[in-house]
Design a protein around this ligand. Structure first.
Ligand code: MOS
Length: 757
């Protein structure tokens, strides 16, 4: 951006200056959120509602031998206690049932029998007339257990890892070895190897999980559930309770953060629906902050990497192996090592991936699952390798740039990682770095600069949308998509407004309701591409209907034009060849006598067009740390994150996504870890006092760059998604900066101060 443009670019008379896509439009739902009119799952106050409070197991494995319900049921205001002893016979899941993102195995069935499979397992639901009574009653409910031995420590299961037999949606087993990885490593000029470890982490969105089930007089229910996928939850409810789809509506308009925790239906929705159907009354079940640690987590993962270089600094060999935990009842998988086979050019690669069963709850996708962790191992090892070979870490990456995806042996549909390196390094001032560890300091502050990066999937799923255009010139677009705080409402409004040339204010986008056309769970960074394409398609359909009606108008200048001959701008349909020939959209319905136009359609990825390509987003992260030499405290004072993710639909909401990713990366590097005491099999810091996350004072300068990247292969919009890619490499860049500052190579997160003293 060195050139100053002094002459405005001339625009053709009559062409549009209203273009919404790419603009930093503020969140359209922002006013509803800050004025409290946006309702979250636990805020739907339906008449005659009861409150459920969950009781969880203090033991890790064994059986419930006795539940002493009588004294608790006698308490004033207590309505019922549900446990395995009185759960009615349910249709449950048919044997093949899996939720949309379930791993192999059989999903956890709350209150199914007296067996305890993990610590903090829900064992009972106390239902009362008020939340306070339910909570008190739950606290005095006596349950006796018989304890069995258990295994919760992955460190002791290193030899019991095995390749997963199945995988969930999106799981790719690592490709077979290529080249001659063992010999190439043996003959390498420089070699490094090391083990890279991080513990479990739990999702901690601001909003806790909750479900309000409204019981209707006709026996139907509406579940206001905290979920990233209303259709996924509807399927869960209907399969378990033997209901038809019209008997169970699921709604989620707003989420106070999800990060993957709401991809799968959680047990509170089961408990709330069970109680409502049994008691024939509306029920709300909300989890406490502590109970947020009772389901799903980023798995404790052990990674081993070996690398070697040729004399010219190119990679001779790369070995990456990962082992992480799963539960006894489901085989959770994520792609941890595959990225190492595609991010850098290397002819001799060996990738291994294993899971080991423990007596824990099934791990759960957490923002950039597998890649956030795999890029930590890979990118710290790359830094070590660069130092061993005596090459600048950025230069080392550029020397080993992958021009094609070697895992799939396909070219990339687009890849601007080189530009990420360049623009990120320039903004950061990387060329002023002195390579020697401990070579940059101010007083007793050791200053370190580190960098890293990553690669993530550009995915698209089938999605549907409906649009209604009314005579007052307003457009309503609906799709059962999710909005976990990412900007879905806003970008869909922009796409619709852009497609039909309407002002933002004329468009309303609604989501999160099974009464709307189906959309996939909001995850995998695929919502912009998937739902966005459906919105574009359905608006194009409305456009065609408008054009047909416009052509029937007296003296219409659009007669004989096809949809490709016109464009929509500034509330008009214009002939592209002669934009002054136009019809005002608002006049069309009035002239036709129609009250409204409706269309419903879906969008699917064009697999034939995509098949020859590898489609991915990339990023490069540069971080500055200041380490107090005496105390070992680390402050991340500066981060530049340069992202190439195709077309950016909204630079404001996209930037916010990346800012959040960086904050979480800082957290992952320095603070966040759920610590298990293996004597009890229990996560001991299951609360906000002891599970550390950053506060504002921990966060300093964060600079986000979106590198221009055009891609006409991924989808009609050219978008790759932005929710996850920003998280990659952040923890590694900080770890590498800590090495540069201190000369201490930390390979286990988080980097507590004792690791630096
Ligand atoms: Mo994301 S972990 O796919 O919600």
């Amino acid at each position: 951006m060195s050139q100053l443009i002094t002459t405005p670019r001339l625009v053709e008379a009559g062409t549009s200056n209203t273009s919404h896509i790419g603009k930093p439009t503020s969140r359209v739902e922002g006013p509803a959120k800050v004025t409290g009119t946006a309702k979250y799952s636990a805020e739907f106050n339906v008449p005659d509602m009861l409150y459920g409070y969950v009781v969880t197991s203090p033991i890790t494995k064994g059986r419930i031998t006795k539940i002493n319900t009588e004294p608790v049921l006698a308490l004033a205001g207590v309505v019922q206690i549900f446990s395995h002893e009185n759960v009615p016979s349910l249709a449950w899941f048919d044997r093949s049932y899996k939720d949309d993102v379930a791993p192999g195995g059989s999903p956890f069935r709350p209150l199914h029998d007296n067996e305890i499979k993990f610590n903090m397992q829900p064992v009972a639901l106390v239902v009362a007339e008020t939340f306070e009574v339910a909570r008190y009653a739950a606290s005095v409910l006596e349950i006796e257990y018989a304890e069995d031995k258990f295994d919760t420590n992955i460190d002791l299961k290193r030899d019991e890892g095995h390749e997963p037999g199945s995988g969930k949606t999106g799981f790719m087993p690592p490709p077979p070895p290529r080249g001659n990885p063992n010999d190439a490593l043996k003959n390498a000029t420089h070699r490094i190897e090391g083990e890279y470890i991080h513990g479990a982490q739990h999702h901690n969105p601001m909003e806790m999980f909750a479900t309000t089930v409204e019981y209707h007089p006709d026996g139907k229910i509406t579940a206001y559930d905290k979920t990233q996928g209303v259709y996924n939850v509807q399927q869960y409810i209907t399969k378990i309770f033997g209901l038809s789809k019209d008997q169970a509506r699921v709604v989620n308009h707003y989420m106070g953060g999800g990060f993957g925790s709401g991809l799968r239906p959680q047990y509170q929705v089961f408990l709330a629906v069970l109680a409502a159907l049994e008691l024939k009354q509306s029920v709300r079940v909300s989890l406490t902050r502590q109970q947020m640690f009772s389901f799903g987590h980023r798995p404790h993962t052990l990674q081993y990497l070996k690398m070697g270089t040729n004399p010219d600094g190119t990679l001779a060999a790369l070995h990456h192996h990962a082992l992480h935990e799963t539960s006894r009842f489901e085989e959770y998988t994520e792609n941890v090592v595959n990225w190492s086979g595609m991010l850098y050019q290397c002819e001799n690669v060996k990738l291994g991936y294993q899971v080991a069963e423990l007596d824990v709850y099934t791990p759960l996708d957490m923002r950039a699952p597998g890649a956030a962790t795999g890029s930590f191992g890979l990118e710290v090892a790359m830094d070590e390798m660069a130092y061993a070979a005596g090459i600048d870490p950025l230069d080392f990456r550029i020397r080993n740039y992958a021009e094609q995806d070697q895992n799939m042996k396909k070219p990339f549909s687009s890849k601007k990682l080189r530009e990420c390196y360049h623009e990120g390094a320039t903004r950061f001032g990387w060329d002023k770095r002195t390579p020697e560890p401990r070579s940059m300091r101010e007083g007793n502050q050791l200053i370190g600069w580190g960098m890293a990066g990553g690669v993530w999937d550009a995915s698209m799923q089938k999605a549907a949308a409906k649009a209604t255009f009314t005579a007052d010139g307003k457009l309503l677009v609906q799709s059962a998509a999710g909005e976990n705080g990412t900007g879905t409402y806003t970008i869909m409004t922009q796409i619709a407004a852009e497609t039909l040339g309407l002002p933002i204010e004329a468009v309303t986008f609604e989501l999160g309701d099974t009464n709307m056309p189906e959309a996939p769970v909001q995850g995998g960074s695929w919502t912009a591409a998937s739902v966005g394409s459906a919105v574009k398609n359905v608006c194009t359909d409305i456009g065609e209907k408008l054009l047909k009606l416009a052509q029937k108008m007296e003296g219409s200048p659009l007669k004989g034009a096809s949809i490709d001959d016109v464009h929509f701008a500034d509330g008009q349909i214009r002939l592209s060849a002669n934009p002054s020939e136009a019809v005002v959209v608002r006049d069309i319905l009035a002239a036709s006598g129609e009250e409204k136009l409706e269309a419903e359609t879906s969008a699917m990825p064009n697999l034939i067009k995509q098949q020859p390509y590898s489609m991915h987003s990339h990023n490069a992260v540069f971080a500055e740390v200041r380490v107090d030499e005496d105390l070992g405290t680390v402050h991340v004072t500066r981060v530049v994150n340069a992202v190439a993710a195709g077309r950016i639909l909204n630079t404001k909401t996209a930037r916010s996504q990346v800012l959040g990713s960086v904050v979480w990366g800082i957290s992952m590097a320095l603070m966040e870890e759920t610590v298990m005491d293996h004597t009890f099999g229990r996560y001991m810091n299951h609360n906000y006092a002891e599970y550390h996350i950053p506060v504002n004072a921990d966060i300093h300068d964060i600079d986000v760059i979106f590198v221009e990247e055009e891609d006409d292969k991924v989808n009609p919009l050219g978008v790759k998604g932005i929710g996850e890619v920003g998280m990659l490499g952040v923890a590694a860049a900080i770890t590498n900066a800590v090495y540069h500052a201190t000369g201490k190579r930390v390979r286990e997160l988080p980097i507590y101060m004792d690791k630096l003293l």
